[in-house]
Design a protein around this ligand. Structure first.
Ligand code: ADP
Ligand code: AMP
Length: 217
């Protein structure tokens, strides 16, 4: 199964991806996580990407497309994949289609987690992430049991450097201009399915799971 999880920054893609990948035994591939890993390791990719990420812009299409071409060709993708944060432009979506064609794979479902812009600002500025295992929390909406400590691995929680008010506003604007056209793109291909993401995490998950189970027939 190959699932694309879409939605604006802060919609809950990473949060849902943690659960969906467990339930359906899929590999979670997040371009944001790949890029943050490269930034942390100070690789040439990381150094290039950081400049874009810090100001809330998208990393250039050709850079992302090359990363994903390599990643999707690895053998661990065979069992099934959930893509989180990719594609983010129509050019990336077209490139994904070509890569999948070469690998004899198809997208089974595109799920858009839909949340209004007002709520996204609160979600992103209150987000905290585990430094060790990457689990996502929210100070108000999904707090850890112990303040600033990950429930799963006892790692330290931190705030992403692009989750500040100004960068979040820029990211939401970029989403509207560059990523929103993908909804129509996937609607035309009859792959698109929207879920209302402005509900409790468990309810959003149930909707996604029901859709994927129906899709699997
Ligand atoms: P994305 O990966 O789409 O950027 P995240 O999964 O990181 O979004 O979620 C953004 C923030 O919102 C996190 O702090 C997360 O804990 C919180 N969150 C996720 N889903 C919900 C929800 N359904 N209701 C309230 N808060 C949520
Ligand atoms: P995310 O973790 O998905 O919120 O992504 C964080 C940042 O990484 C974004 O603001 C972009 O700068 C960059 N990024 C992640 N995925 C992509 C992508 N598919 N295309 C371009 N830039 C991306």
């Amino acid at each position: 199964m190959l699932v694309v999880l879409m939605g604006p920054p802060g919609a809950g893609k990473g949060t849902q991806a943690e659960r969906v990948t467990k339930e359906f035994n899929l590999l979670h591939i997040s371009t944001g996580d790949i890029l943050r890993g490269a930034v942390k390791e100070e690789t040439p990719l990381g150094k290039e990407a950081k400049e874009y990420m810090d100001r809330g812009a998208l990393v250039p299409d050709e850079v992302i497309i090359n990363i994903m071409k390599e990643r999707l060709a690895k053998p661990d993708c065979v069992a099934g994949v959930l893509l989180d944060g990719f594609p983010r432009t129509v050019e990336q979506a077209e490139a994904l289609e070509n890569v999948l064609k070469d690998l004899h794979l198809n997208i089974d479902a595109v799920i858009n987690v839909d949340v209004s812009p007002d709520e996204l600002l609160d979600r992103l500025t209150g987000r905290r992430v585990c430094r060790s295992c990457g689990s996502t929390y929210h100070m108000k909406f999904n707090p850890p049991r112990v303040r600033n400590i990950c429930d799963h691995c006892s790692g330290e929680l931190y705030q992403r450097s692009d989750d500040t008010v100004d960068t979040v506003k820029e990211r939401l604007e970029v989403y509207g201009k560059q990523t929103l056209p993908l909804i129509e793109y996937y609607q035309r291909k009859n792959l698109y399915h929207a879920v209302d993401g402005a509900r409790p995490i468990d309810e959003v998950f149930e909707d996604i799971a029901t859709h994927l189970k129906e899709g699997k027939g």
